[in-house]
Ligand binder design. Sequence first.
Ligand SMILES: NC(=O)c1ccc[n+]([C@@H]2O[C@H](COP(=O)([O-])OP(=O)(O)OC[C@H]3O[C@@H](n4cnc5c(N)ncnc54)[C@H](O)[C@@H]3O)[C@@H](O)[C@H]2O)c1
Length: 445
Amino acid sequence: MIKNEIISLIKSKRARVGVVGLGYVGLPLATAFAAKGLKATGFEVDAAKAEQINAGNSYIGDVSTQQLRECVESGRLRATTDFDNLKECDAIIICVPTPLRKTKEPDVSFILAAAEEIKKRLRRGQLVILESTTYPGTTDEVLLTMLAETGLQLDEDFLLAFSPERVDPGNPDFQTHNIPKVVGGVTDDSTETAAFLYAQIVNEVHSVSSARVAETAKLLENTFRAVNIGMANEMARLCYALNIDTWEVIRAAATKPFGFMAFYPGPGIGGHCIPLDPHYLSWKARQHGFDSRFISLAEEVNSRMPDHVVQLVSDGLNDERKAMNGARVLLLGVAYKSNIDDVRESPALSIIDRLRSKGCEVSYHDPFVRELRFDDTHTESSGAALCSIELSDEQIKESDCVVIVTNHSQIDYHRIVNLARLVVDTRNALNGDLRRASSARIIRL
Ligand SMILES: NC(=O)c1ccc[n+]([C@@H]2O[C@H](COP(=O)([O-])OP(=O)(O)OC[C@H]3O[C@@H](n4cnc5c(N)ncnc54)[C@H](O)[C@@H]3O)[C@@H](O)[C@H]2O)c1
């Protein structure tokens, strides 16, 4: 049986695991397999990334250069742009991007491109796993159809499963090994084999009855976050209108030991998961005539947050009889969340764009992001790159308003509240002591 053959290769550490796409998800995964003594090959379309890996240099925060170097020097990890090496792999895990089209419909073209490369080389004895977040049915409707065109038979020749990635970049408490892994195969043999493979690198594997369940579980997780963050954002706007401290309200509610889970407002949602993934679910739902209203409502509320932040800046300046036009606004943090360098879908981009459209002179400081580039969706800023400035005393003092967009922990907020005139804090980075000691006027979300 193919299942037993692959499991025996894994057990004896003779299995080679191929990881297609070496980004935030793929590189930590390939490194985890190599660190546990399996042989791992990473497949990349970006030759510069493959070169970096083979030179032992990590470009992903969650993988240290030392960890990567050990794996590369031991010969257990290498990266390549040559997809012919897929033939050597006993398991192939796809970790390519799944963005949205401009119409907000799923763009699975990266999955299709990766699957095409696999299909060309599929051989008897391979387990293929999709990890990219996608709509329910991608694995058994799209991938299986493609792989079956080779004439090879599912279960007899190859196995196919879906296992969602749950990595949380920059989270020091949860890394690959201690985040339980959900696995759903297209067949039982596929589930069991994929679960056995992941058990080599994670403490807990949760098997489900199908790939569709695993695909949907991932979308539920991220939709849950999007909806609850939307609720927190709505509360923040409501509390602002009522002149009530949102953060104190949430802190109080969170003392309830059951039936409440704290979510926090912010300047808007970013990254390549929370703003995008719910659309994969609502798109699929629409194909079946179902309208997922929570998803659209959450998107509507969350996408208005950058406007609300700009309103807070405008209100703060107005109280000082200053106009937005010509105001010097300094953003602290542009990454979509704290302590990482990822600016994909970051609300900072929309905030900068909106501030510029009002005539503000915008600068930013982010210890993780040296340069910001704007694509053509940010019309005011299109084409122009902005570079992170040094956080000098003068820069802080001369700013009409400092906006904390991302609460990176290495920023000295004490210095900010002592030097700035007006601070808009969208992340509750300024705790009670800092606010009491502050000479700046502080407006919180
Ligand atoms: N980043 C996260 O926090 C996170 C968390 C959970 C799930 N996910 C999901 O995981 C998937 C990957 O996300 P990511 O953040 O790692 O993306 P990423 O953009 O960081 O990395 C993807 C990599 O795939 C490469 N690539 C693209 N097409 C390829 C192809 N045909 N063959 C080989 N390589 C190819 C790209 O060059 C890139 O290096 C997405 O579906 C995402 O939604 C991401």
